[in-house]
Design a protein around this ligand. Structure first.
Ligand code: IDP
Ligand code: MG
Length: 138
């Protein structure tokens, strides 16, 4: 069993897509192990997006990610990391496969509805950023 960290970003949360997005994960045999609503701070963003700090889009990414509440969750299941990224679709919604979450709900390459961990190492690191051990029900 694998676990992954998913964020529903401020654009999707603000448009009431949270329930529909979680429904898609659950319908694909992914199990919620943790769930919370929070506001990302610039400090939290710099930890979560540590690999992107030097990128030209980083300031606009932080502005967006701190613009409203987000939903953080841990999802578990067989091949959870790859499965969630496939359900989410490509980073740029214009390139996202039909039927994926980003194709259906994302606005732009920055405001793209969801985040998901991209490796086991990053999943463990990101879960630790958002959740205390006592908040994860494995
Ligand atoms: P991912 O979320 O699909 O893993 P990453 O390359 O890790 O994509 O980028 C992190 C986030 O940064 C993206 O989800 C998106 O919100 C934003 N982002 C990525 N590339 C660009 C870009 O070229 N322009 C603007 N924002 C971007
Ligand atoms: Mg990424």
């Amino acid at each position: 069993m694998e676990s992954t960290l998913v964020l529903i970003k401020p654009d999707a949360f603000g448009k009431n897509y949270t329930g529909e997005i979680i429904k898609r994960y659950e319908a694909n045999d992914l199990k919620l192990q943790a769930l919370k609503l929070l506001k990302m701070t610039p400090e939290l963003a710099s930890k979560h997006y540590v690999d992107h700090i030097e990128k030209p889009f980083y300031p606009s990414l932080v502005e967006f990610m701190t613009s409203g509440p987000i939903v953080a969750m841990v999802l578990a299941g067989e091949n959870a990391i790859g499965k969630v990224r496939a359900l989410n679709g490509a980073t740029n919604p214009e390139k996202a496969e039909a039927g994926t979450i980003r194709a259906d709900f994302a606005e732009s390459v920055t405001c793209n509805a969801v985040h998901a961990s991209d490796s086991k190492e990053n999943a463990a690191r990101e879960i630790d950023i958002f959740f205390d051990k006592t908040e994860v029900f494995a």
